[in-house]
Structure formats: C-alpha cells, structure tokens
Design a protein around this ligand. Structure first.
Ligand SMILES: NC(=O)c1ccc[n+]([C@@H]2O[C@H](COP(=O)([O-])OP(=O)(O)OC[C@H]3O[C@@H](n4cnc5c(N)ncnc54)[C@H](OP(=O)(O)O)[C@@H]3O)[C@@H](O)[C@H]2O)c1
Length: 190
C-alpha cells in the first residue's frame, strides 16, 4: 500500500512510499482509509517536540484521526463487519492514518455517524476525545456552569464550544478578529 512516512524527526515534507499492508490482529479491524485528519499532535511528533512523551521508532506513518470502511475483521471481533463505515483515534504507538489502510483494535473504533461525510468524521476523533476527557471525565460539566475556552477557533476549541453549549453551559472564549463570527456561530448551534 501507499503511505506517507518520516524516517527521522524532521521539518521536511512527508515521504510517499510503498509499504506492506498492515497485518490484522485477532481483536483488530482493517480499515480502508477514506479520510484522515491532520492533528497538531502529528506536527509535534514529526518535529520531535513530543519525543520524550511518545518515543516512536522510524520509519513512522503519522495520522491520529481516520474515517473509512472496514475491509477485514480479526477472528475475535464482535462489533463490526466488513463494509461498516467507521471512524477512530487509533491508540498511541498504533497510529498511521496517512496511508491507504490501517489495522486498529475494535475497542478504538466507532460507527461513523450517517449524517457526517468521511472528511467531517475524520476531523473529530482526537480533538473530541480531548474535550470529552476535560469536560465530562475531569470537570463533570453541568448545565448552567460557565466555561472559559482558550483559543476557541482551533481544532480543540471549536469542539469545546459546541460540547459546552450542548451541556447547557455558558462559554467565554478568545479568538483573533478573523475568527470572531465563526466562534459566535458555534455558540448558536444548540
Ligand atoms: N489537537 C488535539 O487533539 C489536542 C489534544 C490535546 C491537547 N492539545 C493542545 O491544545 C492546544 C490547541 O490545539 P489545537 O489542535 O486546537 O490547535 P489549532 O487547531 O492549531 O488551534 C490553535 C488556535 O490557537 C489560536 N492561537 C494561535 N496563536 C495564539 C496566540 N499567540 N495567542 C492566543 N491564541 C492563539 C488560534 O486562534 P486564532 O487564529 O483565532 O487566534 C488557533 O485557532 C495545543 O496546545 C495542543 O497541544 C491538542
């Protein structure tokens, strides 16, 4: 299969190369990738900024956000079948969405909402999980509370505003002037 790789920490472009397709473990599904999100974390791993936290080996296929169609399932997989449309944030050290195929544990995969395109779905997983951890698992955000979202126009911020509004919170945020209208629109969705 074709994949974009890096061979070392670099500021250069990704390399498009031929690599063997991933082997599918018993608990994994193979996903034909239709869309991949580019996350800030990909950039930080690529340049080496995250090497102490996430010491990846090379060559490395980056990509933490993926949407696609299942083409193969491992023998223990219960929840999914070939042909299912899914999206995922693969676990650390199992990333690799900048490729034609990726094998991911079924526990890290979810059905793609039918009202989202592949591109829209691939923009969601890591930023949404980040916000979910902060608002739901840590802060236990409740209706009527006030939330301050720093940098509301970014990947994390746009999801944070929408999720906070969904939970009935009041949101204050920061953005540069070019983003003012866009962040206000996010607050009016719910
Ligand atoms: N992406 C993830 O999944 C993820 C996960 C965990 C943690 N994080 C962390 O969360 C932070 C945001 O990540 P992101 O992915 O949302 O980044 P992003 O999409 O690049 O958005 C960053 C936002 O920050 C604003 N900004 C840039 N420079 C600024 C400055 N000097 N002062 C104030 N605002 C500034 C920009 O908004 P304006 O242009 O409107 O000013 C931009 O929209 C980063 O620190 C990242 O490491 C991200």
């Amino acid at each position: 299969m074709k994949a974009y790789t890096i061979n070392k920490y670099t500021k250069d472009r990704l390399l498009l190369v031929d690599v063997s397709s991933p082997k599918v473990g018993d608990d994994e599904v193979l996903i034909e990738i239709h869309a991949a999100g580019i996350n800030l974390l990909d950039t930080k791993i690529k340049t080496g900024e995250f090497k102490l936290l996430l010491p990846y080996k090379f060559p490395l296929i980056l990509g933490h956000d993926v949407a696609g169609i299942i083409t193969q399932v491992g023998k223990n997989v219960k929840k999914f079948k070939v042909g299912d449309e899914v999206y995922s944030r693969p676990a650390d050290f199992h990333i690799g969405a900048f490729a034609e195929y990726i094998a991911i544990s079924e526990n890290d995969v979810a059905f793609k909402p039918k009202n989202l395109t592949m591109e829209e779905a691939a923009s969601i997983p890591l930023v949404a999980l980040t916000v979910w951890q902060a608002f739901v698992e840590r802060a236990r955000l409740k209706e009527g509370q006030k939330v301050f979202v720093q940098a509301g126009s970014g990947g994390v911020g746009t999801i944070a505003i929408q999720l906070a509004k969904y939970f009935g919170a009041t949101v204050a945020t920061t953005a540069s002037t070019k983003s003012f209208e866009m962040v206000k629109t996010l607050g009016r969705i719910y």
